[in-house]
Write a protein that binds this ligand. Structure first.
Ligand code: ACO
Length: 436
């Protein structure tokens, strides 16, 4: 990579001893400096402890920057608000992967490259029949994406730039097809093949919603809203699923295996599964009159109930994506003629109460991207089980970009965290006859 050099150091001293170590301070282009602890164990014989990695930079990256205190999200330096308003998902994909916005020729070539790869191997179709019809579509896409390396054995040659280029196209292009087929399989409808006369988001909506006997009713506003939702989910620096992809990638695993690992990690309700959980929560609350009681439950530490769609590990301010999502939500409901949607009313009232409640204010808990995305997707006709799948379709771009950056970074090593061991000390094996 760029070979960042230290601009200073901090000195740490072990309490009660003269042993100290100088930790070089490495600057980023923006954001806090980072203390380089790589030699800490060699110099002082101690590890660092940071469960959840809240204070640990696991890599150097040029892709995405988040300033959680100010609600700022930049992709390659461009604010998410500008990209959501002026760009398209495939243009953002190009930006994330290649580092710059494409010129007109590069944009067309990239879009054609994605189109060229949007069909999946016909034999992969039969994989779907192995799943129960009621399987969660995240389980299905995790399995199907993991199986892709069996169809592209060349993908294991990750040090070949051409293999990396084609694998990126394959993943970005095929994910909508794989995801839409998971949905079609669950409802017993025929799989719809991708159409190259449609844009990326439009094609996804087509494969989800079209049926062979009827002409497909295209809706430009909904396609644009879908494109924007994809942009908003495209990348988010070293979150749980991206770190999972990088950790898998650090072993030299092929990109399909790494992305399948990312999908598994995204599925959890604390991460990508939150959009599904928001809708379940709203349904559970049921009516505005029940909000007060629900908020009390959330504040009760013994209840284990969280306000889903609220809070973020990094944002201690409004998630900028949530603001755009809220605006998109109103546009979509308008186009669909949904007036006074009870779920939206409930969500807005909940947001209003939570933003003024001391518990949430003190802990800097604001709505995150998932708070509104579920309502939009529901209005568009997506079943709740597909919400996280859609997130995976979009995030594939980020995962692939981060994976590619990692493979091209010569300073990266296999990911291998340490631990504080608190188990039994060394002891001798006791024969079964002598155990009490
Ligand atoms: N509802 C109620 N209380 C919360 C919530 C919430 N949603 N989130 C955090 N808190 C509280 C915690 O109980 C804790 O309180 P305490 O200090 O009294 O113990 C405090 O706020 C800090 O919470 P942590 O769990 O330390 O925050 P962390 O950064 O580990 O968690 C997370 C972030 C997982 C996103 C959390 O806020 C959460 O569970 N939110 C709900 C799920 C959600 O919406 N996830 C989507 C995240 S965005 C994404 O992945 C796209």
């Amino acid at each position: 990579m760029s070979g960042t050099s230290a601009v200073g150091s901090i000195t740490v001293t072990l309490d009660g001893s003269d042993n100290s170590a100088k930790l070089p301070l490495i600057p980023g282009s923006i954001g806090p400096q980072v203390a380089d602890i790589r030699k800490l164990y060699d110099n002082l014989g101690v590890f660092t402890y940071d469960p959840g990695f809240g204070n640990t930079a696991s890599c150097e990256s040029k892709i995405t920057y988040i300033d959680g205190d100010h609600g700022l999200l930049l992709h390659r330096g461009y604010p998410i608000e500008q990209l959501a308003e002026k760009s398209s998902f495939l243009e953002v994909a190009y930006l994330l992967l290649r580092g710059e916005l494409p010129n007109a020729k590069e944009k067309i070539e990239f879009e054609l490259g994605v189109l060229r790869h949007n069909m999946v191997h016909e034999q992969l179709r039969s994989f779907y029949n192995g799943f129960r019809r009621d399987a969660h579509p995240m389980a299905v896409i995790c399995g199907v994406v993991g199986a892709m390396s069996a169809f592209y054995p060349d993908s294991v040659d990750i040090n070949n730039p051409e293999v990396r280029r084609i694998s990126a196209f394959r993943l970005i292009a095929k994910l909508p097809t794989i995801a839409a087929w998971a949905y079609k399989y669950s409802i017993g409808q025929p799989f719809m093949y991708p159409r190259n006369d449609l844009g990326y988001a439009e094609n996804f909506l087509y494969m989800m919603g079209a049926v062979p006997p009827e002409p497909y009713q295209h809706n430009e506003v909904l396609s644009q809203a879908m494109d924007r939702i994809l942009i908003l989910h495209a990348d988010h620096e070293q979150n749980a699923s991206t770190s999972t992809v990088r950790l898998a990638g650090s072993t030299g695993a092929n990109p399909f295996a790494c992305v399948a690992a990312g999908i598994a990690s995204l599925w959890g309700p604390a991460h990508g599964g939150a959009n599904e959980a928001v809708l379940k929560m709203l349904a559970e609350i049921g009516h505005v009159s029940n909000i007060k009681g629900f908020i009390e439950k959330v504040k009760d530490k013994n209840s284990n109930v969280r306000l889903m769609g609220f809070g973020h590990r990094v944002y201690k301010n409004y998630d900028p994506r949530a603001k755009i999502m809220e605006k998109t939500c109103h546009e979509v409901l308008d186009v669909l003629g949904i007036k006074g949607d009870p779920l939206l009313d409930l969500a807005m009232e909940l947001e209003n109460i939570a933003l003024n409640d001391e518990y949430f204010v003190q802990r800097k808990l604001y709505p995150n991207v998932d708070f509104y995305s579920g309502i939009i997707l529901k209005a568009m006709g997506f079943p709740t089980s597909m919400f996280t799948v859609l997130f995976a379709v979009a995030r594939t771009v980020g995962w692939v970009s981060q994976w590619k950056e990692q493979v091209e970074d010569s300073s990266q090593r296999i990911g291998r965290p340490r631990q504080i061991y608190t188990g039994a000390k060394q002891r001798d094996y006791v024969p079964l006859s002598e155990r009490g």
